[in-house]
Design a protein around this ligand. Structure first.
Ligand code: UDP
Length: 234
């Protein structure tokens, strides 16, 4: 395996699968299999999951909900997704802990850095819910920050495309994929990999990012073996 401790970022939207909103059980099952395959190789896995399938802070303003209130709603949405993922992983016989950036003790543990590391060392999959716990941030920033805090070797950003392209591959058929990029190049070319806060945190802390296709069966394991490329930003 290329890395010993990883932080996997999954978007909330990807959990919708073919649906319009909410959680697609088939997608949840598929992700569970992907994660289990990597866990079986003794990799330490932390996961940050988004909430876009349920609620996004920026949407809120349009519906008359104040931005900060909306952001908290978005954070709660990530806890719902985290709970779903936790259940799915546990049904598959994996050991997990859900840690939240907002205290909600009846539901999950509060995020305590040392404790998170301990869980990982004991082989538990740690899911970080409720983002950072502050408004005006995203789950991408949460992924970068938590990865640095737990000293992960890499952020694996699972998307529905197999890497970073010269243009949007869903719109432009001539777009080509980058194998590898430096942070500087990605910045200069204005490639949208993560929001700037998330991106800068990784850059300043020398934390590599791999963008890869999470929806292709077997891909997460292949990325870990170095058999599938994706795009590496370092
Ligand atoms: N959010 C926040 N602070 C955080 C993480 C998330 O305020 O630290 C809110 C923000 O409103 C965001 C929403 O939670 O829109 C859901 O997360 P995100 O949009 O990043 O999810 P994804 O796009 O990955 O599904």
């Amino acid at each position: 395996m290329r890395y010993k401790r990883i932080l996997l970022k999954l978007s909330g939207e990807s959990l919708m699968g073919s649906g319009q909103y909410g959680i697609d059980p088939n997608r949840l099952k598929q992700y569970t299999e992907e994660i289990r395959a990597v866990k079986e190789e003794d990799v330490e896995i932390a996961i940050v999951i988004g909430g876009g399938n349920i609620f996004r802070g920026v949407q809120a303003e349009a519906s008359g909900i104040e931005r900060v209130q909306g952001d908290y709603m978005g954070m709660l949405a990530t806890v719902i997704n985290g709970m779903a993922l936790q259940s799915a992983l546990e049904s598959a016989g994996l050991y997990t802990r859900l840690m939240s950036g907002i205290k909600m003790e009846q539901v999950c543990e509060p995020f305590i850095r040392r404790r998170a590391i301990r869980h990982l060392e004991k082989g538990r999959i740690v899911i970080f819910g409720a983002g950072i716990g502050n408004p005006y941030f995203t789950t991408d920033s949460t992924a970068s920050l938590r990865a640095i805090e737990i000293q992960a070797d890499v952020v694996l950003k699972g998307t529905r495309v197999d890497g970073v392209y010269t243009a949007d591959p869903e719109k432009d058929p001539t777009a080509t994929r980058y194998q590898e990029l430096s942070f500087q190049e990605a910045y200069e070319k204005n490639l949208s990999i993560m929001d700037m806060t998330a991106f800068t945190l990784c850059q300043e802390n020398n934390l590599p990012i791999i963008v890869f296709d999470m929806n292709k069966p077997g891909n997460l394991l292949n990325i870990m073996k170095g058999e599938t490329a994706g795009t590496l930003i370092k």
